[in-house]
Each structure stands twice: as structure tokens, then as C-alpha cells.
Design a protein around this ligand. Structure first.
Ligand SMILES: [Zn+2]
Ligand SMILES: [Zn+2]
Length: 462
């Protein structure tokens, strides 16, 4: 059994600033956490940071001790939101190999049984001690069970751990293959690209280009989600597909996997030939480091937007489209939006049509009713789609992916490409105070019940 603890960038900054606010005194904070619990692995996901500055709640004469009122107050805060708890404190004198002190261990013996019996059943309780360049932690999952060591501390989207504890140190790179891009992303950046697990939802016009480009760039682990098969009318834009694929009606995920493996043999490719609204797809995506949304479907966007917030997975959404008739184009272009959990989402960016999304997520009967009544347009006329436009949008998205993973610069949050004028505009956005996703979903993980809401309800709706 292993455990990890993940933060958004701003959560970590807030916590770190509090913990390091004194060179001499220990500092204490509480994290309310959601989680992703699977066999053999628990990912603790930070929902909220609560720095404790009130001296009446904390006594640090001989190492930090929280008063009974302090414990009751944070257990109540967790109960109100249904989350678990991780207590965090600093050892300012220690830089490397920080460890719990005997005082800390005595505190655990007192607090953990009380907290576990008071929190909602199944909610974990954790304790973490942070030094100058190291951290150490334990997570208790049920009363009486042995605690699990928290071995990885991460920021959403970064494959490397906060204290050099990341999983990608062991990744080896064929340096000769990447000599020509080492100047941009660096050897270390190339290694990071090589160890992220990327989810791609939709392997059509843009998704197929994204998949092949990522394989060339050095990504080696993919989750591909698309229930569709290749037909002849896809062959104007489906990257890597040939007439035989259409004749055999091959699955789009299988064509993409074949192309990825031709470019990068040995890549790990998990195919999910199902809709996003299936248990398998949602389950696989919650374990990705970054997700690309490559469907022009607003229901999909609403779902991925929530998943991104709940499981702290950055999400790059792509859109492209045009209105044209017989060669007369009235508008055409594309959009790339980079959703960083905790720093504004697709709703904050106004990049998703909530009304259309709701329509797409409703039952077939309701959809037919809405179309018949003229509330929404039917989608029986396929919209025009061309490869050169999709390639521009996919290339912009992959560039922002590289910025995010390697840090050669900060990712640009939103780009709009206008095909008619050839212009590219950057449109920034930030968290809206009233946003339900940014407010309530961050780090909630399994507690949000995404699978039940999106997979099961939709199946029941038919
Ligand atoms: Zn301590
Ligand atoms: Zn938001």
C-alpha cells in the first residue's frame, strides 16, 4: 500500500508560506482532503488549506501539540464537508530526512483514534511533517489498521515530486532522438515529458493529431477514450487513418494506438473504446497526469471540467469549427483553453456552453423533445471539419502542454485562432468567485461521485 498527497500550485504556496513563516517556531496547519482510493494506492487530494495561527489552539513548547478544542474544530470542519483530514507541521531546524519526533508520535496515539471515529466512515486521517527540503507522512485509513507511509508529495500537473520524490527519476531518454528539441525543453524537461500519463478524450480530427504529435514529442504513456469507429468521411482529417481502416471500420482508439506505436514502439497505450460517460473511461482518466479534451461536445466538457477539479488533473480543452456553405465561409477558427485546477476552470473561462452541455447530457427522449420544440438545433447535419485547421489547434495545445510539463515558460491559459484573419489572440481568465466547480469540487476526488452522476445516471437515462 502506498499513499501520495497532491496540491494545486496556490494551495502549496499558501501552506509553504505558513510553514516557513518562522525560522525558530514550528508551524501547524490542517488540510481538508478528498481522495482517490484504489487497491494498493491512496491519493490524498487537497481540498482546502487551513493555516493555524491562533496560539490558543496550538502549544509548541516541546514540539507542536494541538489543544482538544483545536482538534474538535478541524474535525468539525471536515465533517461539514465530508472530507478527510491531514495535519501538517514544520520542523524548522531540519532540512533533509525530516522525521516525526517522539512528541509527534505521542500526539498521533491520542488524536488519530478520536479523529477516525469522528470522521465520516472511510475518510482518511493523515499527518505530515515538513522540513527545509524534505517531508514525511503517514495516513491512517481505518481504526486499528497500520498507517500507510505518504511517499510522494506533488503539485497538480507536475510529474516530479516536491522533494525530489517523483516517479520520473528512473525514466531513461534516447538522447540522440531528442537532440534537436533539447534546447527548448532541456534534458530534464524531456525526461518529464517521458513520464507523464496523458489522457486523450476523442480521437477524431484534433485528437488524432494530438496523439501523434505527443508521441513524436516523447510522451510514452497514453489513455485513449473514444467509442467511435473509422468511416470514409473521416478520411479527410483523421491523422494516420487510411481507406483500409474505414473499410474494416476499425476503432479510432486502435488506429491511434497503432500510429503511436509506429512512432514510439514500447509506448504504454490503454484503449477505452467506450463513451467518456462509462465507468472504465472515468476511472482511467482520474489516474492521468494531464487530460486533452478533443471532442466538440459540451456535455463532455462539463464532465471533464469537474473531473479535472476533483482529481487535480490539468485539462487542456480544444475546440474548432466553421460555418461554411459551398465554399463561402462566414466564420472559422479554434480555441485552446488550459484549465489548471484551482486557478479558473472552463466555466470561469466561459469556454463551455452550459445549456448545450445540459442538453447533451439529458436522456434521448428529452433531447428529441428539445429539438422538436426548437429549444436547440438538431445535430443531424454534420458540421464542416478540415485537417489544416485541426492541426493548428492541436499544435497550439501540444505547445501549451510542453510549457506546463517542462516549465520552459508558463502555459498561456487561452488562445483563440481566427482562420479568416489568420490572427491568434490570448484571452486570460481567472477564478470567478461564484464558480461552483472552483469553489466546491477542488480535490474532492471520489467524494464527488462523478462515476455515479455521469456514468450511471446517463446509462439509466438511456
Ligand atoms: Zn514534530
Ligand atoms: Zn471555475
Amino acid at each position: 500500500m502506498k499513499a501520495s498527497l497532491s496540491f494545486t500550485e496556490s494551495q502549496w504556496q499558501e501552506l509553504h508560506a505558513h510553514l516557513t513563516s518562522s525560522d525558530a517556531r514550528e508551524r501547524f496547519a490542517v488540510l481538508l482532503v478528498g481522495y482517490r482510493m484504489r487497491r494498493g494506492e491512496i491519493a490524498l487530494l487537497c481540498h482546502r488549506v487551513m493555516p493555524y495561527a491562533d496560539p490558543s489552539l496550538v502549544d509548541d513548547t516541546f514540539g507542536i501539540r494541538v489543544s482538544p478544542q483545536g482538534v474538535v474544530s478541524f474535525v468539525n470542519a471536515a465533517l461539514a464537508l465530508g472530507t478527510g483530514v491531514v495535519e501538517v507541521h514544520s520542523h524548522p531546524g531540519t532540512v533533509r530526512d525530516v522525521r516525526f519526533s517522539p512528541t509527534d508520535e505521542e500526539g498521533h496515539r491520542e488524536v488519530v483514534p478520536f479523529a477516525l471515529s469522528s470522521l465520516p466512515p472511510g475518510s482518511p486521517y493523515g499527518s505530515v511533517v515538513v522540513g527545509g527540503a524534505s517531508a514525511s507522512g503517514l495516513a491512517w485509513l481505518s481504526p486499528g489498521a497500520r498507517p500507510v507511509p505518504i511517499s510522494t508529495f506533488r503539485i497538480a500537473g507536475s510529474p516530479d515530486g516536491l522533494f525530489g520524490d517523483g516517479m520520473c527519476r528512473s525514466v531513461s531518454i534516447n538522447e540522440e532522438r531528442y537532440t534537436r528539441q533539447a534546447n527548448l525543453v532541456g534534458k530534464d524537461g524531456q525526461r518529464k515529458i517521458g513520464c507523464v500519463r496523458v489522457g486523450i478524450v476523442g480521437l477524431g480530427g484534433t485528437g488524432s493529431v494530438v496523439a501523434r504529435t505527443l508521441a513524436y514529442e516523447g510522451v510514452r504513456s497514453f489513455v485513449l477514450v473514444d467509442h467511435d469507429r473509422v468511416v470514409t468521411s473521416n478520411l479527410n482529417r483523421l491523422d494516420g487513418a487510411c481507406p483500409l481502416d474505414a473499410w474494416l471500420r476499425r476503432k479510432k482508439v486502435s488506429v491511434a494506438r497503432r500510429e503511436i506505436r509506429r512512432i514510439a514502439p514500447g509506448s504504454q497505450v490503454t484503449r477505452v473504446a467506450r463513451s467518456l460517460f462509462s465507468e472504465q473511461a472515468l476511472e482511467q482518466l482520474t489516474a492521468c497526469d494531464i487530460i486533452f479534451g478533443c471532442t466538440d461536445n459540451h456535455g463532455t466538457r462539463l464532465c471533464l471540467n469537474e473531473l479535472s477539479a476533483a482529481y487535480l488533473v490539468p485539462y487542456i480543452d480544444l475546440g474548432s469549427g466553421m460555418s461554411a456553405e459551398e465554399g463561402v465561409v462566414s466564420e472559422a477558427g479554434g480555441r485552446v483553453t488550459v484549465v489548471m485546477p484551482g486557478d479558473g476552470c472552463l466555466l470561469c473561462a466561459k469556454a463551455v456552453n452550459v445549456r448545450l452541455g445540459g442538453h447533451e447530457l439529458s436522456s434521448k427522449a428529452l433531447q428529441e423533445f428539445a429539438v422538436a420544440q426548437g429549444y436547440v438545433e438538431g445535430d443531424d447535419v454534420p458540421s464542416p471539419s478540415v485537417m489544416s485547421l485541426n492541426q493548428v489547434v492541436a499544435a497550439l495545445a501540444v505547445t501549451e502542454f510542453k510549457a506546463l510539463v517542462t516549465g520552459f515558460r508558463k502555459p498561456l491559459r487561452q488562445l483563440l485562432y481566427d482562420l479568416l484573419s489568420g490572427s491568434l489572440a490570448q484571452v486570460a481568465f481567472s477564478t470567478r468567485r461564484t464558480c461552483v466547480v472552483c469553489g466546491g469540487c477542488i480535490g474532492k476526488g471520489d467524494l464527488l461521485g462523478l462515476t455515479q452522476r455521469y456514468a450511471n445516471e446517463r446509462r439509466n437515462a438511456g
